[in-house]
Write a protein that binds this ligand. Sequence first.
Ligand code: SDX
Length: 393
Amino acid sequence: KLGVFTYDPGFMSTASCNSGITYIDGDAGILLYRGYPIEQLAEHADFIEVCHLLYYGELPDAAQKESFDTIIRTHTMVHDQINNFFRGFRRDAHPMAVMVGVVGALSAFYQDSANVGDPRHREISAHRLIAKVPTIAAMSYKYNMGQPFAYPRNRLSYAANFLHMMFSTPCEEYEPNPVLVKALDRILILHADHEQNASTSTVRLAGSSGANPFACVAAGIASLWGPAHGGANEAVLKMLEEIEDVSNIPKFIARAKDKSNPFRLMGFGHRVYKNFDPRARLMRQTCHEVLNELGIYDDRLFKIALELERIALEDEYFIEKKLYPNVDFYSGIILRAMNIPTNMFTAIFAIARTIGWISQWDEMITDPEQKIGRPRQLYRGAAQRELVPLSKR
Ligand code: SDX
């Protein structure tokens, strides 16, 4: 059934583009990457395989995975001049502010893959972005901490390498815990792509003018930063801390329902899902696994999150508005348990979403029907009128 779509005109009037990468059924709570259910990918694939699937359209066989993984591992270092960019930021700059600037600046270093009309150039740029965005994110954290940058290790897997670049110091090599590496790899898979969300639409619109992929991904990072989008995972942790105890939950539910109050229950609701976000279920399960592995059996915030979900899902307002936990509701609790600071949560979302952005960008560039994006408007301004010279105004 999924292969045959009969769009109603109403849908087409709101559809911003044709795409064959990710399919969401918001009412049924279905998410497919290139036809594969997210639940199966989270269980049986790793993030590198999912990157291959999203960009090339197919899961790799063993040889293809080995070759692709090696390419990514050997492109993780950034040009040494990039280190100088960080010196221009205040030490307390938000990692997303740094990433917008530094990822965009990659445009200045990779003119050798700047021809967006050349498939090979596009592929090289994709490899560079997949490989280097985690390095830049980890460098943003190290700069925040006042610690020296930790160079990537080619011998480590994608998720293990990121944790190494975050937590290794010249005094002590960080040995990534395999359960935490698997949990981070799964978080990356769950955030990899999501159809035409705000940041992906930003990347597509920027790319439709022919702008280079590094600048387009920097625009996507800027859009993702917003608390209504990728910034929600950081906002969920702040909200759970503010709730402080399960006894305060009814007060926050009431605030979320009060139309005169701008407060929103962070990590709840979605533009498309009017059922459980399948990623939220997988994230909750990963949360249990990580907390158990770390021997944290009574995590205060996790208990508040579980009780908040239980109460909200029984509340008639949330039922009527079809508000369910989304991908951001539990992810922050996992990252916090891994000692990752809240200001790095959206940066990790950006690492994961880079493959989605660049795959959607590539699909758009290769679409023969593609033209520059040019949304129109419903004009609500002044009718035409004559100008009165200043001397008479
Ligand atoms: C992501 O698009 C994507 O795919 C995004 C994403 C991805 O992978 O790229 O899935 C990632 O951005 C997930 C969403 C993360 N954001 C948050 O968790 C922030 C909290 N959520 C809300 O801000 C909100 O739910 C939005 C922004 C996500 C969606 O808002 P909408 O478009 O208003 O949602 P809606 O139309 O379904 O709302 C229906 C009603 C509205 O009330 P009425 O106008 O009908 O009276 O429910 C209300 C909303 O005001 N509502 C909420 C609510 N979310 C919606 N009320 C209280 N708390 C909430 N969280």
